[in-house]
Design a protein around this ligand. Structure first.
Ligand code: MN3
Length: 240
């Protein structure tokens, strides 16, 4: 039994009625449908991957996935907890000099935690296509799935330095938007809810793809979990 089967079985055995029954990765989300990023006390937590580390082979290699999840995502979680603690500490003192520093750090680390948590669930080891309401929305806002995928691939490949390509739902204007994010926190539009995120930091691909970021992005397009994107879209629509 692999990890996913185990979790699914365990969830059924433990009575998973409190979790959304249609969720692709129910163990990674809260009852309200958003990603589980903290424990009950508000500390950020690093959940295990929702599949084995070889699940995304050959598109994403085992070693890259292991290092990426353990050290890059894991480091962001540790960083976010530290930043939050330091902000609380500074607030208790009368010297606010360092709040600027820790606030920026928290923005960086927490955004990384959020985007990585979404990223893992956005991927699967089989090819799928958007269907249903998500497909209708994609066709309304981007003409076709091919055009939208072409756009997000282009935006991802051309990030200056480290960053992400993001397909998001924007509740203020009620449409899907594609954003080009630098680092983890720059170039967003407030309110946008990420549905599909493409990590183009070098740590995401360099072991296997070397300098060929374009090949990595094209490869990822084969393993997008559109069921997960659709689920995220459904939840995001509630903000409208
Ligand atoms: Mn990363």
């Amino acid at each position: 039994m692999d990890r996913k089967e185990f979790l699914t079985t365990s969830a059924i055995l433990s009575g998973a009625a409190i979790l959304p029954s249609n969720s692709v990765f129910a163990e990674n989300i809260n009852n309200n449908g958003i990603d589980k990023l903290t424990d009950e006390t508000g500390n950020f937590i690093h959940l295990p991957l929702p599949y084995n580390t070889d699940h995304l082979e050959p598109f994403m290699d085992t070693e890259t996935l292991r290092l990426h999840h353990t050290f890059h995502h894991g480091g962001a979680v540790k960083g976010a907890n530290k930043d939050l603690g330091m902000i609380k500490k500074v607030m208790k003192s009368n010297d606010l000099t360092l709040t600027d520093y820790w606030t920026k750090k928290l923005s960086f680390h927490l955004s990384s935690h959020i985007l990585h948590s979404i990223f893992w669930t956005n991927l699967a080891n089989k090819k799928s296509q958007p269907t249903g309401d998500l497909l209708k929305r994609i066709e309304k806002d981007f003409v076709s799935t091919d055009k939208m995928q072409g756009l997000i691939a282009k935006i991802s490949k051309s990030v200056e330095g480290s960053g992400w390509g993001i397909l998001a739902y924007q509740p203020y204007s009620d449409n899907l938007v594609v954003l080009q994010c630098e680092n983890h926190q720059k170039l967003t539009v407030w309110g946008a809810v990420p549905l599909l995120v493409i990590d183009v930091w070098e740590h995401a691909y360099y072991l296997k793809y070397k300098n060929r970021r374009g090949d990595f992005v094209d490869a990822l397009m084969n393993i997008i979990n559109w069921d997960n994107v659709a689920e995220r879209y459904e939840i995001a629509l509630k903000l409208k």
